[in-house]
Design a binder for this molecule. Sequence first.
Ligand code: E4P
Length: 217
Amino acid sequence: MKFFVDTAEIDAIAELNDLGMVDGVTTNPSLILKSGRDILEVTKEICDLVDGPVSAEVVATEADDMIAEGRKLAKIAPNIAVKVPLTWAGLKTCKTLSDEGQMVNVTLCFSTNQAILAAKAGATFISPFIGRLDDINMDGMDLIADIRQVYDNYGFETEILAASIRTVNHVTDSARIGADVITAPPGVIKKLADHPLTDKGLDAFLSDWAKTGQKIL
Ligand code: E4P
């Protein structure tokens, strides 16, 4: 399973990247706003830091403008995945750019039918939003499972990028279902290491070690 980090904060990406936990990065207009950075500058810095795909999102709503924005974003670095919304204009942009050999991440996916359209348009990644479905009392994980089944039924090669991940359980469940990638905020990825029995066990070992009076270094 690949881990993408869902942020435009360079320090947070670098910290996890040093640990080998970053297979790619996703950004969106809200995350660019939060970073306070210029989209072209910060995206270039992220691409220089991380080897894997870095999603940068278009903001136009008409296909011609989206395609132009996507081509401009793609020039930032070879590892850019142009992110487009799941609209007909976004799908047209996906088809055009993927035919040109460009990685495309189709975002804001909330149904299996939308995911089928993205695969047929040649998307590299489809991003179903788990947390936002949970927010409206639907089960985001059901969508991941459904898309997994349908993609496998037909051999679609589009990778399922489980997005809008809010909890560590979303990560576990996505892994069980077989999502190809999860993208999560740095805080969620860091919480994956937490377990109270690990903390308790370590406290006990350190307390006993102190009683031995020994040193390793
Ligand atoms: C994914 O690519 C999106 O940037 C992100 O996962 C959205 O998450 P949110 O619903 O928590 O904003």
